[in-house]
Design a protein around this ligand. Structure first.
Ligand code: SF4
Length: 237
């Protein structure tokens, strides 16, 4: 192995350890004996903020919907918590609310949301069967990309949502959600088309519906992703 390769491995290892500490605190764990829920529960239990003790999705929403931890809290029209079945097998996670979502207080309600509903129908799910949310609960102005600092502050709420819902599948809609949850800089193209193990939960990456509206050619690979998901889901049913 060359010294350059060794440096790359050390750099990557350091990045991974820092990321794990950021996400999960001072918890050393073994993938083989801890699943997502365990890790998330451990992480959340270390928080002494009132929302961490929420025992239902409704209670969590109630305890965080006035959040002003980052600047987006001051510019939002509505807090956009999430919607759907609190016991869903499948959780869809996007990056942040857009203008329609900000106006209505519900994720994926604009044109992208309508397309998501059609995608769900094509794989024989109804919107109310699944749970839909974003990493950020407040809209970034002008629909700019979420900033890492905003995602760091907001992601604990998503972890808590995941720990309460305990989905069997997480489907990341778009590059930003996928890269953030998987903590990678890999391209969306290289992340989709496979089943990731997100700390014990199956995670699938596909295009954001808004991207499909901009580039309809991506609907074909997106459909492949959804078929792959449906086949995997059928195995557990
Ligand atoms: S985006 Fe998240 S962290 Fe920022 S104010 Fe909204 S809820 Fe709080």
């Amino acid at each position: 192995m060359s010294s350059k390769e060794t440096r790359e491995i050390l750099k990557e290892s350091k990045r991974y350890l820092v990321q794990q500490k950021d996400l999960f605190g001072n918890i050393i764990y073994n993938d083989s004996d801890m699943n997502t829920t365990n890790i998330i529960q451990n992480n959340i239990q270390t928080s002494d903020e009132p929302w961490a003790a929420a025992d239902s999705i409704e209670a969590l929403n109630h305890s965080i919907n006035k959040c002003l931890k980052c600047g987006l809290g001051n510019s939002r029209t509505n807090f956009v918590f999430g919607v759907g079945n609190p016991n869903a097998d499948v959780m869809f996670v996007g990056e942040a609310p857009g203008a329609d979502e900000d106006a209505q207080g519900e994720p994926f309600v604009g044109r992208a949301g309508q397309l998501l509903n059609k995608i769900l129908a094509a794989i024989e799910f109804k919107r109310e069967d699944v749970y839909i949310c974003n990493i950020l609960k407040c809209r970034p102005p002008g629909n700019r990309d979420p900033q890492p600092s905003e995602m760091e502050l907001c992601t604990p709420y998503l972890y808590k949502q995941i720990s309460l819902i305990q989905p069997k599948f997480i489907i990341c809609l778009g590059r930003i959600a996928a890269q953030w949850l998987l903590q990678t800089n890999a391209t969306l193209g290289s992340l989709r088309g496979k089943i990731h193990n997100y700390r014990g939960t199956k995670l699938i990456v596909t295009y954001h519906p808004a991207a499909l509206l901009r580039n309809p050619n991506w609907k074909y690979p997106a459909w492949d992703d959804m078929k792959m998901f449906r086949e995997e889901y059928n195995k557990i049913k």
